[in-house]
Design a protein around this ligand. Structure first.
Ligand code: GAP
Length: 488
């Protein structure tokens, strides 16, 4: 039986070995908290994006999608509160010169107390930490670290600096001249690109409230510490949707989106027990309700998606900072108002990790006669990077040519691969490891009666089918329709 730590290590090495995720700049020893998606990772990521986009934009008549720029006017980040408030408390160890998030050092200590059965101590420390964070009391964070004798994991010493706030936004200069250039930020969230385009979209799209604007794109955060693989990255992608509603109706819409978004996750048929809501007790000053959808990763329950009722905070701030009206005229009640907003915000990379953790299995196939096992990704077929693999049984007798004809029939609609190397059993195992739902084998019988065998990844069962039925079979198994229909 593997520990969760071991399981997570296996997921990470599987992701690398099969071309899903590589550390960035690996030949230069990597760049911390930055990752590249390989040939299969890019396909899986695109499929997750497509699933989200279809569910949000295609299935909802009142949601449209945009693609705003990463660079935006610097005042936007002042208005949104990111320049002044998007901070993490950090502390440096003077001996190791390593920087830590003060709150995470304390959380690690709480976890150690819990592990040692000191549950009262852990609970007391947790409530002290919550109080210090709620009051932004950096001095208190430092005293907690001292009182609990928290040492640097590298140097082992308790020689700490004061706790300081560290802004998470990356900045750069726009324009060629050093003195004429302007400091701009790499956006830390995609949401503000939606808010500042609210009226452009509403007017040009003749949208009527309630309506939503969706967007998928890169976001950047200079995370003080980065851990747990693609869980906390410095460059990542978000899939966000802002839903604009009449003031006073926002909590009904919040409830609806809370349920709709969990349904989206569960439609992929994961282990439902691994999902839970985590309601925010302490709300941000602009929110009147907020919840996280959490997934039980090998390192515990963590946020994958947030649903926030953000009131009219963002649009009001942009109205104030830009001097431009952000109001909507509601013909049904004959009134102008600044709409309230429900936000759904999911990290694409976290969804990718959730998908991998859900799918990965080291399956024991041993029988009384022999030991056997396989690594398999039970990905939902619609998300699988490769939908089917086509194998000629042997490399001769016209079987490769026939297999190529089957490929040509299917490859316009689906991502299909052709493999003729190695024994069939070995070829099946390679496809299992990357989550390919169907393997199609062309044999000598195929030459005479135009049939092939298909082998299913999860059940490993095989059946003989007519080549003319393959398109229909694939549509039923790997197409978007069954998955999207389950959301209606
Ligand atoms: N617009 C709201 C917003 O950005 P957030 O909770 O800061 O809210 C939303 O981020 C989602 O983005 C999170 O639920 C998470 O999935 C993802 N996310 C945030 N920071 C991340 C990071 N450093 N690396 C990977 N994903 C991240």
């Amino acid at each position: 039986m593997k520990t969760n730590d071991e399981l997570f290590k296996h997921v990470i090495s599987h992701a690398k070995e099969y071309g899903f995720v590589f550390p960035s700049s690996e030949i230069y020893d990597g760049l911390s908290a930055v990752y590249d998606y390989g040939q299969l990772g890019a396909e899986l990521k695109n499929n997750i994006k497509t699933y989200w986009w279809k569910a949000m934009v295609q299935l909802n008549e009142n949601i449209v999608g945009i693609d705003s720029a990463i660079f935006m006017h610097p005042k936007i980040w002042k208005a949104s509160g990111h320049v002044d408030g998007f901070n993490d408390p950090m502390i440096d160890n003077k001996d190791s010169k390593k920087r830590y998030r003060a709150d995470q050092l304390i959380e690690d200590k709480i976890a150690r107390y819990e592990k040692d059965g000191k549950t009262d101590k852990a609970a007391k420390l947790q409530s002290d930490l919550d109080a210090a964070l709620n009051e932004d009391d950096l001095g208190r964070l430092k005293s907690i670290i001292e009182e609990h004798e928290i040492a640097c994991p590298i140097s082992g010493t308790k020689n700490w600096t004061e706790v300081r706030q560290f802004n998470l936004m990356f900045s750069t200069q726009m324009g060629a001249m050093a003195d004429g250039s302007e400091e701009v930020y790499l956006r830390p969230e995609t949401a503000q690109g939606i808010f500042v385009n609210f009226l452009n979209v509403q007017k040009t799209g003749r949208m009527k409230i309630p309506f939503g604007i969706a967007q998928i794109g890169k976001a950047f955060r200079n995370e003080v510490i980065a851990r747990q693989f693609i869980m906390r990255m410095r460059e990542f992608e978000q899939m966000e949707m802002q839903f604009f509603v009449r003031p006073g109706t926002e909590l009904e819409w919040y409830q609806k989106w809370k349920e709709t978004r969990l349904k989206w996750h569960l439609a992929l048929k994961p282990n439902a027990a691994k999902y839970r809501y985590h309601d925010h007790v302490k709300l941000a000053h602009y929110a009147n309700a907020a919840v996280d959808i959490e997934y039980d990763f090998p390192f515990g329950f963590k946020e994958v998606e947030g649903i926030h009722s953000r009131t009219d905070f963002d649009l009001s701030q942009h109205q104030q900072f830009s001097g431009k009206k952000m109001q909507y005229f509601d013909p049904e009640i004959n009134q102008n108002y600044i709409p309230y907003v429900i936000e759904t915000s999911i990290g694409l990379d976290r969804m990718f990790l959730t998908t991998l953790c859900n799918a990965y299995e080291e399956e024991d196939l041993s029988t009384a006669e022999k030991q056997d096992s396989r690594s398999v990704l039970h990905l939902h077929p619609a998300l699988a990077p490769i939908k089917a693999a086509v194998f000629p049984l042997t490399k001769k007798d016209g079987l490769p040519e026939k297999a190529r004809q089957v490929m040509d029939l299917l490859k316009i609609d689906y991502n299909i691969i052709y493999e003729e190397k190695d024994a069939i059993g070995k070829r099946y195992r390679r496809q299992d490891a990357i989550g390919t739902p169907i393997c199609i084998t062309v044999d000598h019988q195929s030459l005479t009666d135009d049939t092939v065998t298909i082998r299913h990844r999860d059940s490993m069962e095989q059946e003989r089918v007519a080549i003319t039925d393959l398109e229909r079979i694939l549509e039923n198994i790997v197409g978007w329709k069954p998955l999207l229909q389950s959301l209606l």
